[in-house]
Design a protein around this ligand. Structure first.
Ligand SMILES: O=C(O)CCC(=O)C(=O)O
Ligand SMILES: [Fe+2]
Length: 315
């Protein structure tokens, strides 16, 4: 396969970025790197919280499959728990992941009560739940601020906002892509080309390559390399719909690592905060005038569940 060019993704220092600059970058590229996130988070610990969350996930993935199976996704309803996608046969995605959704932390007396709103948490490692909830809280707050900035710059109706901010329904997920000592089958890859399902995605990756976005010359694939300390903000399907198509969705994939004699194959980790609107919301292009009626739209729950199922079972 011919080498793809490096993607030109803008890098924004988030604390000093205006709403206009953020939206211009997303409009032009469908994704943007955010840096300076320690200065955004309440305790100044965005990077440390993210690192701790990934570390506990790595400990979890290192457990025996029998132990991980105790928190395996049931296979119906929303994605939650451990998902060994690599078991999917000839067209398997070669990864396992762990994923959860939590409600608004404001409705709970403390972190333990908030965390208890989700099951199944793995018993081991014990520090996984506190590490995941700490990062989830900050990532959630960051998406609220980002949605407010996008709405401000595009003049979206204030009445639409709560479904995307305080009532959002977001998933936190860690992907563990397996090392590939044996050459994968022709249908097997790390992630097929897709746009994320919902509003905004906050993606961190461990520095190993493979992520490509369709933002190269003429819309071709280009490899996305993370600057130190950066998180990639990607626009999803439902944001594209709500913003009347003004924010393009980010099409991306993760390709298998190159096979070079003498160079060992490695695994790869990524952590993804998938921001979705309230699943009970009808998502339609935002009204811009008083007399304009736009009848297109989709129930957020139907969209999210249908897309999750399609991705899990894709063959
Ligand atoms: O691992 C990555 O870099 C991207 C992951 C991804 O696209 C996803 O989980 O939706
Ligand atoms: Fe994705």
């Amino acid at each position: 396969m011919a080498a793809v060019p490096a993607a030109r993704v803008p890098v924004l220092d988030f604390p000093t970025t205006s709403a206009g600059a953020l939206v211009e970058a997303l409009r032009a590229h469908s994704c943007v790197f955010l840096t300076g996130l320690d200065r955004f988070s309440a305790a100044g610990s965005f990077g440390a919280d993210l690192a701790a969350m990934v570390e506990t996930s790595q400990e979890f993935f290192a457990l025996d499959p029998e132990e991980k199976a105790r928190v395996r996704w049931s296979g119906t309803g929303e994605w939650a728990g451990w998902q060994p996608l690599y078991e999917g046969g000839a067209d398997a995605l070669l990864l396992e992941r762990y994923e959860l959704a939590l409600p608004d932390p404001a409705g709970f007396s403390g972190d333990a009560a908030w965390a208890a709103a989700f099951s199944p948490w793995p018993a081991n490692p014990a520090r996984l739940a506190p590490a995941w909830t700490a990062y989830y809280r900050t990532a959630r707050a960051l998406t609220i601020r980002l949605v407010e900035m996008i709405a401000e710059a595009l003049g979206l109706p204030a009445a639409d906002l709560p479904a995307w901010t305080s009532r959002q329904h977001s998933n936190l997920c860690v992907n563990h892509y397996l090392a590939q000592p044996d050459e994968p089958g022709p249908g097997q890859t790390r992630q097929r080309a897709h746009a994320d399902i919902g509003g905004l995605t906050l993606l961190w990756a461990d520095g190993r390559g493979g992520l490509e976005a369709a933002i190269g010359p003429d819309g071709g694939w280009a490899s996305v390399e993370f600057p130190p300390g950066a998180v990639l903000l990607q626009a999803g399907d439902l944001l594209h719909l709500w913003t009347r198509g003004q924010i393009p969705k980010n099409l991306h994939r993760v390709v298998n690592p190159p096979r070079t004699p003498g160079v060992p194959q490695t695994d790869r980790f990524s952590a993804v905060f998938f921001h979705h609107p309230d699943l009970d919301t009808w998502v339609a292009p935002a009204a811009v005038g008083t007399d304009e009626v736009d009848s297109s739209g989709v129930a957020a729950r139907d969209h999210v569940l249908a897309r999750q199922r399609a991705a899990y079972t894709a063959t």
